[in-house]
Design a binder for this molecule. Structure first.
Ligand code: GUN
Length: 243
C-alpha cells in the first residue's frame, strides 16, 4: 500500500530520532494469516520488544481484527486492541490510546482548547479514529455527536459543532457551509489530488469561518507519530515498573 510505505518510513524515522530500536518485517501480499500470527507470537514473546504495530490496511484475505487482537495488550502501542478500546470506553485511561485521536487531544490542550461542555461532532466511525476520538472527547466532558456516511442532515449537525473532527476519508468534503462561526476544525484526512498536491477532508474555504483549522500535511499526521512514540515509551516504562 503506497500510503502505508510513507507512514512506516516516517515511523522508522521518528524511532531513530528519539533513539528507539525499531525492526520492520515486510511480508508478501500473499502471506497467510498463520504466517502473520506466528510473527506476532514471536514478537509477543521477545523480551527486547516493547511495542508492536501492524500497519493497516491488510490484504483482503486477512482478518484485520483477528491479527490486531493477537498482539499482547501491553505491547499494543497503536491502542487498537479490543481490550484497549474497551478500557477507553469504561474510562480507565491507563492503557494505550489510539495515536491519532490521542494526538488530536494533545493538540487541543496545547492550544488551550478545553472540550468540556462543547458541542463536538466527529465525522467518521472507524475503530482507529472515529470511535476512540468520540470516547476521548466524551471523557473530556464534551457533548459528542458521531456522524457517518448514513447520517441525515450532516451539514446542519456540523453547523452546531464548536469542535468538528473530520475523519470521513473523503477529500475536501467539509466545506465552509458545514462550519459554525469560530469553530475549531481538526482535519484527520490526507489524500493526494489529481494535480499531485495533498489535501485533507476539509476544503481550504473552511478557514474563512473557522477560528482554527489543522493543516494537511503537518497537522494531525505528525501528532499521530508523536503519540506512537509516547505510547511506546509508556509501554517500556510500564514493563520496567512491573519487573
Ligand atoms: N493505517 C492508517 N493509520 C494507521 C495507524 O495509525 N496505525 C496503523 N497501524 N495503521 C494505520
Amino acid at each position: 500500500n503506497p500510503a502505508s510505505k510513507v507512514y512506516v518510513a516516517n515511523k522508522i524515522k521518528a524511532c531513530n530520532t528519539v533513539g528507539f530500536h525499531s525492526m520492520t518485517h515486510k511480508l508478501e501480499d500473499s502471506s497467510s494469516e498463520e504466517e502473520l500470527l506466528s510473527l506476532i507470537d514471536n514478537l509477543n514473546k521477545d523480551e527486547s520488544i516493547d511495542g508492536i504495530l501492524v500497519q493497516l490496511p491488510l490484504p483482503k484475505h486477512i482478518n484485520e481484527l483477528k491479527i490486531i487482537n493477537a498482539i499482547a495488550p501491553e505491547k499494543d502501542v497503536d491502542g487498537f486492541l479490543a481490550h484497549n478500546l474497551g478500557t477507553l470506553a469504561t474510562g480507565e485511561l491507563n492503557s494505550a490510546i489510539a495515536c491519532t485521536p490521542f494526538g488530536v487531544m494533545a493538540l487541543l490542550y496545547a492550544y488551550g482548547i478545553d472540550p468540556s461542555g462543547k458541542n463536538s461532532v466527529v465525522i467518521g466511525r472507524s475503530n482507529i479514529v472515529g470511535k476512540p476520538m468520540s470516547l476521548l472527547l466524551l471523557s473530556a466532558d464534551a457533548t459528542v455527536t458521531m456522524a457517518h456516511s448514513k447520517t441525515q442532515n450532516l451539514i446542519q449537525i456540523c453547523q452546531n459543532a464548536d469542535i468538528l473532527v473530520a475523519a470521513a476519508g473523503q477529500p475536501e468534503m467539509v466545506t465552509k457551509d458545514f462550519i459554525k462561526k469560530d469553530a475549531i476544525v481538526i482535519d484527520v484526512g490526507i489524500h493526494r489530488k489529481e494535480n499531485g498536491k495533498l489535501c485533507g477532508d476539509t476544503h481550504q474555504n473552511a478557514k474563512e469561518i473557522a477560528s482554527a483549522l489543522t493543516p494537511v500535511p503537518g497537522g494531525v499526521g505528525p501528532m499521530t507519530i508523536a503519540m506512537l512514540m509516547l505510547n511506546t515509551a509508556l509501554a517500556a516504562w510500564n514493563k520496567d515498573r512491573k519487573s
